[in-house]
Design a protein around this ligand. Sequence first.
Ligand code: TRP
Length: 362
Amino acid sequence: MTVERDGVAARAGAAFPRRILSGMRPTGRLHLGNYVGALENWVRLQEAGWSNFHMVADWHMLTTGHEDTSALQSDIHEMVVDWLAAGLDPKRCVLFVQSAVQEHAELHLLLSMLVSKARLERIPTLKEQIRDLHLDEATISYGHLGYSVLQAADILLYKASHVPVGEDQVPHVELTRELARRFNFLYCQDREPVFPEPEAQLTAFPRLRGLDGSRMSKSLGNTILLADSPEEIAAKVKQAYTDPKKIRANDPGRPDADPLDGHPGCVVYEYQRKFNPGGAADVAARCRAGTLACVPDKGHLSEVLAAALAPVRERRARWSADPSAVRDVIADGNRRARAVAEATMDEVRSAMGLKPRAALAR
Ligand code: TRP
């Protein structure tokens, strides 16, 4: 038996199909780290026949940036263009915007009854945000405290079996599992469980560092964007951190980290390993021997990156030339997401003893 739901073929046999729900805060144009850490993996799952739901987490964005929303719509648009550029196929994936599906708010409210304030305050991701953004714990908004409950609603509405996330997001998936279990226990004694317990799916490749060797982040200006031209890539790679002790061209270099000396490892080598897996060992050997200088090494990496990103750049050019086609993709995704979310909310309301939607004038 093949289960066909919302036009996406799901794997037969399982009570809950193999489905991913990813969420990404709309930060505008995406960078190489987003590509390696997330997009590449989503495309791989799409090719393997999974049911892919990809959500622009615009309400989540408001938790830490609600004052100035002037760039929000263009950031959403640019990010979806990059998703399409990375190779997500809107026929096989559902690309949608959280705020277009109001059921996220409804499920968030219902789930918020099932978790204590103390439990939310213990979530390490929130604690890290408070530390990193220098927030005052006493001024955290009600919405920000509930961030992870909203994320649980995002995931459970689509009954995702897997959630592709970075290490930092695992506590949110853990909370999602708890909420699914609690809901099923409280309200599904006399029926099939409404929610699966989703699993976090960590990406295989470790996070790429930024060009300067620190954490890759748009705000730090150390990224290569998927939208960058080969010339822009070359100019940025020229600035990349290598080995500060390799001064002359024929000095032996240290591709790997040297913790005793505070050397975090050459960024060019790190990118070579990722984008030129077959040739990176040779590059490193010649660097160590002092027969490869940083300038030609960087020139070579720029070519490798430009070639690896060529298909992305071509698709990006096509989609960005046609903004109304992108808007159509989003509108269609919103519609398909809404259909699934509405069906789930019917089950949720029924299990909880709330009136079905059909009984309400809408
Ligand atoms: N919290 C995630 C982040 O900051 C974004 C997100 C929102 C998300 N909803 C989600 C991720 C649902 C996975 C599933 O990166």
